[in-house]
Write a protein that binds this ligand. Structure first.
Ligand SMILES: Nc1ncnc2c1ncn2[C@@H]1O[C@H](COP(=O)(O)OP(=O)(O)OP(=O)(O)O)[C@@H](O)[C@H]1O
Length: 326
């Protein structure tokens, strides 16, 4: 029996429109109750698609999904109808990069949080408004009684993101998916929101998957990091292990290039070259074209996955080699 809150097994996601995109390839990932995992990778590595698959937000007609996902024992990929609606909100909720996009401009924030609660729980409007007020307090919005009656356009970016978080947590989901929730905010507000999310994670005891391209943010929020490249997890371990002893050349490159700037929120853009086009399913190491250590065998077959300890995985033939960083 599993104790994992999230169990993703051999997940592959392929978009089948005018252009085929193998966005996720054979991804296996777990998350325990109350744990925060950062999904770290540069643009296009498949972080958002992973979250959208977990929340079943991808267009079914143009998407081929293989593998299995369980959240709290529920088989996510077969959910439909009311069960899917209940799953979204009660089990899993998501906070997006642009808080404005998820809020309706014509309703007050109080009404929107109350509506979300009433969709999932049989309670009166008065009780739902009182829950909304409680949530605004918990996300530390000043003068919450007044803010309840505000429309989204009356709030600053940081305040809107707090409202988004209140909305996402109103039904007390076990799992929160956060897709770059602080990227659009000023540096000071960014830190405040990260600290708030960390506190709420502890208070509510929920599991969090936090998508970011920013090592500094990953270190700040997570206990564990999974590094994504071209739709695959190339390395996974505790945040401490990944920072102190990165084993994959991609992770080493990211850290060597960015560690000094991590506190200031450096972007993952310093490794020469670009990720592959994802038009075909990978049959060799996707990072080989950019890897300083690549050998013929890296281009000939998928790399073996080394498992140095129970919580560590590295998909690279050099995983055990003492590499020089930088
Ligand atoms: N609906 C879609 N149809 C076709 N391709 C898509 C779709 N959504 C995403 N993709 C492709 O899947 C790949 C992974 O995208 P994804 O958005 O998950 O990357 P990401 O790591 O989250 O990057 P970013 O940080 O820029 O959001 C990209 O090549 C993207 O173009």
């Amino acid at each position: 029996m599993t104790t994992n809150l999230v169990d993703i097994r051999n997940l592959s996601v392929r978009f089948t429109g005018a252009r085929t995109v193998h966005a996720i390839n054979d991804l296996t990932l777990t998350l325990q109750q109350g744990e925060t995992l950062a999904l770290l990778g540069e643009s296009g590595s498949g972080k958002s698609v992973t979250l959208k698959t977990l929340l079943r937000l991808l267009p079914p007609k143009r998407t081929q999904i293989d593998g299995a996902i369980e959240v709290n024992g529920t088989d996510v990929l077969t959910l439909s109808g009311r069960k899917l609606q209940a799953y979204r909100g009660e089990e899993v909720s998501m906070v997006f990069q642009e808080p404005g996009l998820a809020l309706d401009p014509v309703y007050t924030v109080g009404d929107q949080i109350a509506e979300a609660v009433m969709r999932h729980k049989r309670i009166s409007k008065v009780e739902a408004i009182s829950t909304a007020l409680d949530m605004l307090r918990r996300v530390r919005i000043p003068s919450p009684e007044r803010r309840l009656k505000n429309y989204p356009h009356e709030l600053s970016g940081g305040m809107l993101q707090r409202v988004m978080i209140a909305l996402a947590l109103a039904c007390r989901p076990r799992l929160l998916l956060a897709d770059e929730p602080t990227t659009a905010l000023d540096a000071t507000v960014q830190i405040q929101i990260l600290l708030l999310l960390r506190d709420l994670q502890k208070e509510f005891g929920m599991g969090v998957i936090f998508v970011t391209h920013d090592i500094g943010v990953a270190v700040e929020v997570s206990e564990r990091i999974a590094v994504m490249y071209a739709g695959q997890i190339v390395e996974e371990g505790t945040t401490r292990e990944i920072i102190k002893d990165p084993r994959h050349p991609y992770t080493r490159g990211l850290l060597a290039a960015n560690l000094h700037d991590a506190a200031r929120g450096a972007r993952l853009n310093a490794i020469p070259g670009a990720p592959p086009a994802l038009e075909t399913r990978p049959d060799a190491c996707s990072f080989a074209p950019r890897c300083p250590l690549a050998e013929d065998r890296c281009r000939a077959a998928l790399p073996p996955v080394h498992v140095p300890n129970a919580r560590r995985r590295v998909a690279c033939i050099h995983a055990n080699a003492p590499l020089a960083v930088g």
